[in-house]
Design a protein around this ligand. Structure first.
Ligand SMILES: *Cc1c(COP(=O)(O)O)cnc(C)c1O
Length: 399
């Protein structure tokens, strides 16, 4: 029995795992203390919960627990990383390198710095969404202070060569930050093995509560200086002032523990389901283009362009399945996704792609249902929508 609606938008957010909810509950009521209260048991209990969660969160990226600080989410962590480094290292230089396909958290932060006089290089990506490590190497200059490249893309799922990127940065003496929001808890992320200096991720993408995130900052070799974004207290080593969100942090810790324990098995399961989804759609429909890298992609992502099908119309036709035509943020505006533009896959037609994001509660039955509905409705739209009268490739491309 399928429970409707079907959720296939796990890159946007995830439901909170019931075990995570359970781990959070005591910290709303009987253990409600402020983790900064050092003089009584209420504070001590809260502090113990936070420090336990810090260890759970650190373990999922193989970090020292002291090197993890809690924020309100990946967006805040990214702002702290990029603006914090930009300010602290201004005496050394004002050049930052990132990629053209980053999440808005990174791109808008870089644009804001550009307006303040910083110089930003946006690395191009190839047709699969991969950055060129040689191009990165050649872009590093004497005034380069930071490289920020995402681990896994949230629209097309492409996994960047993070170890090679980190190695180039290290050899040039430039700090490396990665937005690992779509990678942590899904594939192995190891800040030590990869040589990552700074890393951002979020709780609500891995079955934890919304409004909590983590920021990893390596404590030694090199010793990194950073200016805080929020002033007001000594919490989180002075890098992030404000009373800690104890229930959220406890939940985030539990979510990391569960994700780490299930990661391999779960990713194998999701990859099989995702491949079944892809094969089912291409065996029922022609004119399907895969966006992103065929193999260097996260196992729970599928991003497709269906030729001559308006993806907005398709999503309306299959309202019982929650899907996305781009990233959650860009679907609110009518702009073509900057990621699809960067891989030359927008065909000049806005919202031409559909993103399927699979997750912990996705079932085989849901995937079979999705295959049959996507095939049926796409065929129907091709017959009836205005796009079908321009069925030649060239006409479509101009649309
Ligand atoms: C969701 C997401 C973010 C933003 O995370 P928040 O915790 O919602 O601020 C940043 N980067 C990527 C790649 C994401 O998928």
């Amino acid at each position: 029995m399928i429970k409707f609606p079907i959720y296939l938008d796990y890159h946007s957010t995830t439901p909170v795992d019931p075990k995570v909810v359970e781990a959070m509950l005591p910290y709303f009521t009987e253990k409600f203390g402020n983790a900064s209260s050092k003089s009584h048991i209420f504070g001590w209990n809260a502090e113990a919960a936070v420090e336990n969660a810090r260890k759970q969160v650190a373990r999922v990226i193989n970090a020292e627990y002291r090197d993890v600080i809690f924020t309100s989410g990946a967006t805040e962590s990214v702002n702290l990383a990029i603006k914090g480094i930009a300010e602290a290292y201004l005496p050394k230089g004002n050049h930052i390198i990132t990629s053209a396909i980053e999440h808005e958290a990174v791109l808008d932060t870089c644009k804001s710095l550009e307006r303040k006089g910083y110089e930003i290089t946006y690395l191009k990506v190839n047709e699969y969404g991969l950055v060129d490590v040689n191009e990165l190497k050649n872009s590093i200059k004497d005034n380069t202070i930071l490289v920020s490249v995402m681990y896994v893309n949230n629209e097309i799922g492409t996994i960047q060569p993070i170890n090679e990127i980190a190695a180039v940065c290290k050899s040039k003496g430039v700090l490396f930050h990665t937005d690992a929001t779509q990678a942590v808890g899904k594939i192995e992320v190891d800040v030590v093995k990869s040589g990552i200096d700074l890393l951002s991720f979020s709780s609500h993408k891995i079955y934890g509560p919304k409004g909590v995130g983590a920021f990893y900052i390596k404590s030694r070799f090199p010793k990194i200086r950073l200016t805080p974004r929020i002033d007001g207290g000594a919490q989180e080593r002075g890098l992030r002032a404000g009373t800690l969100n104890v229930p959220g942090i406890a939940g985030f810790g539990k979510a990391c523990e569960i994700a780490k324990a299930q990661m391999e098995e779960e990713m194998t399961r999701l990859t099989l389901l995702r491949d079944r989804l892809y094969n089912g759609i291409i065996s029922g429909l022609d004119g399907v283009k895969l966006n992103g890298h065929p193999s260097k992609r996260i196992g729970n992502n599928l991003n497709l362009t269906l030729k001559n099908v308006d993806s907005d119309a398709l999503l309306i036709a299959i309202k019982e399945i929650a899907l996305s035509t781009g990233s959650a943020c860009s679907s609110e505006s009518v702009e073509t996704s900057h990621v699809l533009k960067a891989i030359n896959s927008d065909n000049g037609h806005k919202h031409s792609a559909i993103r399927f994001g699979l997750g912990r509660y996705t079932t085989e039955e849901e995937i079979e249902y999705t295959i049959s509905k996507v095939v049926e409705k796409a065929q129907f739209l091709r017959k009836t929508s205005p796009l079908s009268s321009h069925s030649e490739e060239g006409e479509y491309a101009k649309k």
